[in-house]
Design a binder for this molecule. Sequence first.
Ligand code: F6P
Length: 527
Amino acid sequence: MRPLTQLPAWDALKRHHGAVCNLHMRDLFATDRQRFQKFSLKLDDLLLDYSKNRVTEETMGLLLDLARQSGVEERRDQMFSGAPINSTEARPVLHVALRNRSQRAFLVQGQDVMPEVRRVLAQMRSFVEDLRAGKWLGATGMPIRHIVNIGIGGSDLGPLMVTEALKPYGRDDLTSSFVSNVDGSHIHQILKKCSPETTLFIVASKTFTTLETLANAGTARSWLVQALGEPAVARHFVALSTNAQSVTAFGIDPANMFAFWDWVGGRYSLWSAIGLSIALAIGFSEFEALLAGAFEMDEHFRTAPLATNMPVIMALLGVWYSNFFDAAVHAVLPYDQYLHRFPAYLQQADMESNGKSVTLEGRPVDYATGPVLFGEPGTNGQHAFYQLIHQGTRLVPCDFIAAANSANPVGCHHELLLANFFAQPEALMMGKAADQPYKAFLGNRPSNSLLYARLDPRTLGRLIALYEHKIFVQGVIWQINSFDQWGVELGKQLAKTILPELIDDRALDHHDGSTAGLIAYFRHLRR
Ligand code: F6P
């Protein structure tokens, strides 16, 4: 593979950047009345307006050359064909199979995985329907009223984000909580609200070895057994995992396990059995609508030409700012309270995927890779960090996201909200002259706007898949493996070594001075 910085398009983009970096978008709009039409894409009701970016038609052409020279199309086809593109773990990357609504086969080592995918979906459907109909009863014959998902990372962030986003599709008599942090305060606060007789715990862990999840699941189990006795576990615990052996060892009946497979990455797993808490909250047909929305985006990504391919365009704009404008951050700003966990979810999706500094061939990269992603719902973010985006010294490319219709059309709240959604990108782009320098806004600050009819399961599915594929395309261009997470694995091992040192007074001299000092002081405070 030719190194990224030696591709002809890279060189051309560098030269082009020199020529266009001082152009102001205000002028680009003034001289081209068709700019919005040229730089926007529509997929049914979902509109991406990327005209407020520091690009010309030539820029887009060169970025598309970069995508072609980087082999984006070939790599995309490899992913869909089940090739082991997660090279450091020798695994295929097939979350797209989980939401495949067609009759197409997805092959892993020559074997179609679709029959197994459909079998687990059918198992999920029957469980969800029984529980929501009050047919799956707790150990004392009471219906389940509260779901507690115990998981962390991808086994938490996706289900939590979607359950929050689709709250209007939930039921008041069936509530959900998510325990992730190993800090005992997290589970403590949640158990306080639960009644053992009506609570179902979902232990969500791909590996079933994750320390945080096992600690929380153990605490939940003791709490339940203390109230209802050991036999109650079978009616109040189910597991979502690839590891049947450890699930059984934990004491969960294998009949209550919903499987998935090692070709599903943790941060791409909400479409698998890991989505059980979502399906319980919104019902199985709405969960299927979520999958169908993602499938629509998959089909678009798989078949649309690069120049009109939404995830590709968003990815290329990100590369333009990261690698040619040295932008180190990216803001995701949903003007939708129900999407309040979307930026947090995307932090894992993006930063765990593209926070890499070694190429697929093992060489250190000599260019920037994934940005720091952050965000908050509008308008709250406006009263927190937008000051820096408008007048700070750093370039912060933004994605503004909103629905035309609210799930709760209260008074004129939605119009007020959307007025801000339109005003902020305009102000960021246009800027404002003023007598006083501190009142002046330079403008020329880039953003994308995503606008759609309403936030329903289908649209949420399309949105999530849009970002998943954007992240994929960027990983291909940066020549990194977006599907491993060795940086996180390190943390898991380090904590295990230190744990015994907190419990007894063993020697600390193998640590650096700071760590040894901190642990010694901790011991002192605990005495
Ligand atoms: O955060 C790191 C990670 O490995 C994620 O990729 C994964 O989503 C999370 O840990 C949880 O792992 P598991 O589902 O195996 O408990």
